[in-house]
Ligand binder design. Structure first.
Ligand code: ADP
Length: 264
């Protein structure tokens, strides 16, 4: 009796083991067939603020001439820029690109010629100096200063330039050089400007910062005049036309010019 009981128990055990094994196999099969649930992407529905309305022709430059002492930097530069246009300024070192941008930004006077802005043109100028950054004020304070955007939108715009999360509450003076650049550009696009004058905004930045700035600015609807030696950045912005200094020759932009951008 004992023996038969023992046999029967062994049978049960063996049976349980088989069932367990089958279950394992099934579980494995199910696991293998399981379709990964799609990761829910958090799509932040934010866009850069629209620039204020602009006239059809944002800017007209006529007969600009600039010299420093005996050095004639350029002699007769004439061009105009239409609403929404992106104009890239290229030329070798010393060709007068920065000088021209400063004249347009009204930081410097031309010796001859004039720059006429449409009544509705609101220019914003970016150079490497980070002149707009105040110690003791955080990033959101800086975003608030520049016009009517709320804190939520301010944080969203900062995030688009790669300054996310707690960075918004950091003292702006403690930012790295690259972060100061991002803050300055975030302020410009959210600051009620419709014409941005950008002098090498990606200079001295690491590749991921350059890409962040490129894609953020590419989504902005205003007019831009820019100087850049960074072909990836220029490609991201897709300029419409190119002004070659010091001659002031205008051309439509094409991808072949990206080689010149790097060399210039
Ligand atoms: P780019 O931006 O194309 O490199 P710049 O506009 O900076 O050229 O400079 C054009 C020329 O004017 C250069 O030869 C430069 O040395 C000269 N230059 C620029 N600023 C001054 C200045 N304040 N005084 C004298 N020469 C200057």
């Amino acid at each position: 009796r004992l023996t038969s009981q023992a046999n029967s128990m062994r049978g049960q055990t063996a049976k349980r083991a088989r069932v367990a094994k089958n279950l394992d196999v099934r579980a494995e099969r199910i696991a293998a067939q399981r379709v990964e649930a799609p990761k829910v992407k958090r799509r932040l529905d934010v866009r850069l603020p629209d620039p204020p309305p602009a006239g059809r022709t944002v800017l007209e430059a006529t007969g600009l001439w600039k010299s420093y002492g005996a050095l004639d930097v350029f002699e007769d530069v004439t061009f105009d820029v239409g609403r929404g246009e992106r104009l890239l300024i290229i030329g070798r070192n010393g060709a007068g690109k920065t000088t021209l941008l400063k004249i347009i930004a009204d930081r410097l006077d031309a010796d001859l010629g004039e720059v006429r802005l449409d009544d509705r043109t609101r220019p914003g100028y970016f150079a490497q100096e980070h002149e707009g950054i105040t110690a003791g004020r955080n990033l959101l304070d800086h975003m608030r200063e520049n016009g009517g955007i709320g804190d939520e939108q301010g944080r969203a715009v900062l995030g688009m330039f790669g300054l996310s999360g707690g960075k918004a509450f950091q003292d702006a003076a403690s930012l790295s050089g690259g972060e100061k650049t991002k803050l300055a550009l975030a302020q410009l696009v959210a600051g009620g400007h419709n014409l941005l004058l950008l002098d090498e905004p990606t200079n001295n930045l690491d590749p991921s910062s350059r890409a962040a700035i490129g894609s953020a600015l590419a989504g902005w609807g205003g007019t831009m005049i820019l100087v850049s030696h960074d072909p990836d950045f220029v490609r991201a912005l897709q300029p419409d036309r190119v002004l070659t200094m010091p001659d002031g020759t205008l051309d439509y932009f094409s991808e072949e010019m990206l080689d010149l951008v790097e060399l210039a």
